[in-house]
Ligand binder design. Structure first.
Ligand SMILES: [Cu+2]
Length: 231
């Protein structure tokens, strides 16, 4: 117990607000679903392997009456070989279909490269620099390390960096997106829940990387409009 205590403390203290399994936007929901599917398949494999493991240990355990038994040498077993080739293939196929589908769903939204965003979409220019985030809204309003977004409205970020490669990540709202100098990347999602969500640079970018955090407040559309109108 004495040895366990520091370990337990460490585990508890390492808990942070970057919760991937608590989605608050349309794309985050898709990513969370994928994590659950992968986890379910993993648990299935684990269960089968462990059951076989225990059964085999019991069945082939050395006993007094079998201690001098030497099994016959076998060259090959077609059926077994096909089985353990086909099963992983099927599992990967099952995993691949939703993964590819979700990836396309999310990225088609991200890249919507037609310059024209729908009227109702909020567009935010994001400029990453060592070590802070600068957000500029369409009316020119600028904030540092603080994002405010309207609920149930599509938001598109245009991401650039003034120095090195950073990564824009709000775990409860979207997957990571690289932020590169001299190249604009885009990311879109629709926030579905109001609240405050932690964002972070997810690409080691220098000594101040750990402090490159920002806060995202999702508010109602009216609150957003009035916030945007103030200086
Ligand atoms: Cu960074």
């Amino acid at each position: 117990m004495k040895k366990l205590f520091p370990l337990l403390t460490l585990v508890l203290l390492s808990g942070c607000n970057l919760r991937v399994l608590d989605p608050a936007s349309d794309s985050a929901e898709k990513i969370t679903d994928l994590i659950y599917v992968s986890f379910a398949i993993m648990m299935l494999v684990l269960a089968v392997v462990f059951v076989l493991f225990v059964l085999f240990i019991r069945k082939y355990k050395e006993r007094p009456e079998t201690s001098d038994y030497i099994p016959k040498e076998k060259k090959e077993n077609k059926l077994l070989e096909v089985t353990w080739t086909v099963i992983p293939f099927l599992l990967l196929a099952i995993l691949a279909v939703p993964t590819v589908k979700a990836t396309y769903d999310i990225t088609s939204k991200m890249s919507d490269l037609s310059e024209s965003e729908p009227e109702e979409a909020v567009v935010v220019d994001v400029e990453a620099k060592q070590f802070r985030w600068e957000f500029t809204y369409e009316n020119g309003k600028t904030t540092i390390n603080e994002l405010v977004l309207p609920k149930d409205q599509k938001v598109t970020f245009r991401l650039t960096s003034t120095d090195v490669i950073h990564s824009f990540w709000i775990p409860r709202l979207a997957g990571k997106m690289d932020v590169r100098p001299n190249k604009e990347n885009r990311l879109s999602f629709v926030p579905r829940v109001t609240g405050t969500f932690q964002g972070k640079c997810a690409e080691f970018c220098g000594t101040g990387h750990a402090n490159m955090r920002f806060e995202t407040k999702v508010v109602t559309q009216e609150e957003f409009e009035s916030w945007l109108a103030t200086e």
